[in-house]
Ligand binder design. Structure first.
Ligand code: DGL
Length: 268
């Protein structure tokens, strides 16, 4: 395996950029290849079997391109495909986003009341219930927020429609008096402002991005796969299966100039 091969990251769209961002912050010398499967987004309302085949098509592209590690920067895809991916790409490490978020939430909560918000498919998979099973003293409230991904992909982070949706989705979590809320979809950190506004500042918001980047760091070190640190500007390539200009515009809004140019890619 070539140490200077890219880290392969994918999501259904823009959300995985929150994970890419944390990886870039923690591993600045690493080349990145990112694919947002915007042509098939959102994954959240789809049956898990459909998410599985879409995710495999994207990951096949990344593996064909020679990535040294795969990061499933999408909770819905992590819930649907993790085991298959680890079997299919047995030669490279595969990292996901659910376990890192759960780990952080278990360590952070003081009143042992934790909430999770996620897409409908992730909620249906019960992946969070399974992952939190190791901490049976926790009271868990899980809620789907189907429209949040639409808002993010449309570049909307405020306004009455979003505020009303957030108020409705988050009400049961407020009632449950949680002190920690897992943003169980990689799109949701882009709505941290409205989520925190509705939940109140005493509720700790946990996103998987930084914890996932720590897992990526650990895997690269333990497999001896880190890139040469004399690479001043490593190659960071961003692709979308959808509209490249639109993706680039929204990505710029959310993660700034580090995104560079976005190119189109096909997975079918
Ligand atoms: N960002 C994704 C997740 O973490 C998927 C959102 C979607 O496409 O519905 O679940």
């Amino acid at each position: 395996m070539n140490n200077n091969a890219p880290i392969g990251i994918f999501d259904s769209g823009l959300g995985g950029l929150t994970v890419a961002r944390a990886i870039i912050d923690q591993l600045p010398y690493e080349p990145i290849m990112y694919i947002g499967d915007t042509a098939h987004s959102p994954y959240g309302p789809l049956p898990l079997a459909t998410v599985r085949s879409l995710a495999i098509a994207v990951m096949d592209r990344l593996v064909e391109a020679g990535v040294k590690i795969l990061v499933i920067a999408c909770n819905t895809a992590s819930a649907a495909v993790l085991r298959d991916a680890r079997e299919r790409y047995a030669d490279i490490p595969v990292i996901e986003v659910i376990q890192p978020a759960v780990r952080r939430a278990v360590a952070s909560t003081k009143n042992r009341k934790v909430g999770v918000i996620a897409t409908q498919a992730t909620v249906n998979s019960r992946a969070y219930e399974d992952s939190f099973a190791a901490a049976p003293d926790l009271e868990l409230t899980v809620r789907a927020c189907p429209r949040f991904v639409e808002f993010v992909e449309a570049g909307i982070d405020s306004g009455p429609e979003l505020l009303q949706a957030a108020g409705e989705y988050l009400m049961p979590l407020k009632k449950a008096e949680i002190d920690t809320l897992v943003l169980g979809c990689t799109h949701y950190p882009l709505l941290k402002g409205v989520i925190s506004y509705v939940m109140g500042s005493s509720v700790n918001l946990v996103s998987s991005s930084e914890e996932t980047a720590i897992d990526v760091y650990r895997e690269l070190i333990s497999h001896g796969l880190t890139a040469d640190s004399d690479t001043v500007s490593p190659r960071r390539e961003f692709f979308t299966t959808g509209n490249a200009k639109e993706f680039e515009r929204n990505a710029h809004r959310f993660i700034g100039p580090m995104i560079g140019t976005v190119n189109p890619i096909r997975t079918d």
